[in-house]
Design a protein around this ligand. Structure first.
Ligand SMILES: NC(=O)c1ccc[n+]([C@@H]2O[C@H](COP(=O)([O-])OP(=O)(O)OC[C@H]3O[C@@H](n4cnc5c(N)ncnc54)[C@H](OP(=O)(O)O)[C@@H]3O)[C@@H](O)[C@H]2O)c1
Length: 230
């Protein structure tokens, strides 16, 4: 059940998947199988957010992030007195990331949420505008405290771009409110190919339950919008 307390940002996961439920192929290459309509859908959701959060695996696959480019979306952000680009937040325990990724040259604000060990790699370097080290006694990210800090910093709407490991971690601590899934017309297969939710999995009796809000079919793709049931 998602937490409703107002000190957390409102969180929305957005993912494209194959018709057999994979978000990438077995080599975990960048998932570029969505149509231009799906890309525009993603860009619109990014433009509506104050921050976007993604796992290091996603950054390693793409090496880049999708900025807001469409002029109408940029205008709408300006009218709402928002910065042109939402903050791009990378989640990584290790923080082992190639500084040559194009991501580090894109004109977007960059934050990192990591462990104490991870933060050592980037201290004193200009790559990230902010580095958060919020670690539990078990060496995991303290997501509740991090999300509270984000809210204090003005991140009211947070978009979560994947991948499956990050989504699983946030579901496990009930920090996800909504989910957009685009079903794309291809089959990727492969038992090792990533899916929208990785991690240890949930037993059926305790699985997070969804409520379907909308279904829209555009050409060959189906856009599913869910909210997590309270
Ligand atoms: N189809 C789509 O819409 C879509 C969207 C996004 C990604 N993808 C695909 O998904 C694949 C990447 O997925 P992935 O399973 O590797 O997931 P991921 O969550 O992007 O990356 C996993 C890595 O992120 C960090 N991470 C994730 N959860 C964390 C947590 N709770 N605490 C601390 N660090 C955390 C860790 O980084 P460290 O190893 O540095 O500690 C972990 O190894 C790629 O193939 C990509 O193409 C597809």
């Amino acid at each position: 059940m998602p937490k409703k307390r107002t000190e957390f940002p409102h969180t929305t996961v957005v993912l494209a998947m194959s018709a057999d439920g994979k978000i990438a192929d077995i080599h975990r290459t960048a998932a570029r199988f969505g149509s231009p309509v799906d890309r525009a859908h993603l860009e619109t959701l990014i433009a509506q957010s104050d921050g976007v959060l993604f796992g290091a695996g996603t950054l390693r696959a793409y090496g880049t992030t999708l900025p807001v480019l469409q002029s109408d979306l940029l205008r709408s952000r300006q009218q709402q007195k928002k910065t042109d680009q939402p903050v791009q937040i990378v989640a990584s325990r290790s923080a082992v990331l190639d500084p040559d990724y194009r991501f580090f040259r894109q004109p977007v604000p960059r934050w990192l949420i990591t462990t104490h060990a991870g933060s050592q790699l980037w201290q004193g370097k200009p790559a990230f505008d902010k580095i958060f080290t919020l670690e539990t006694a078990q060496g995991e990210i303290d997501w509740e405290t991090f999300f509270q800090e984000l809210r204090v910093l003005g991140i009211d709407r947070l978009l979560i771009l994947g991948g499956g490991e990050l989504v699983a971690s946030l579901l496990a601590v009930n920090l996800i409110h909504e989910l957009w899934l685009t079903i794309c017309p291809l089959l990727l297969g492969g038992s090792a190919a990533p899916t929208p939710v990785a991690g240890a999995g949930f037993l059926a009796n305790f699985a997070p339950r969804l409520e379907l809000l909308t279904v829209q079919t555009i050409e060959q793709e189906v856009f599913l919008h869910y909210q997590l049931r309270a």
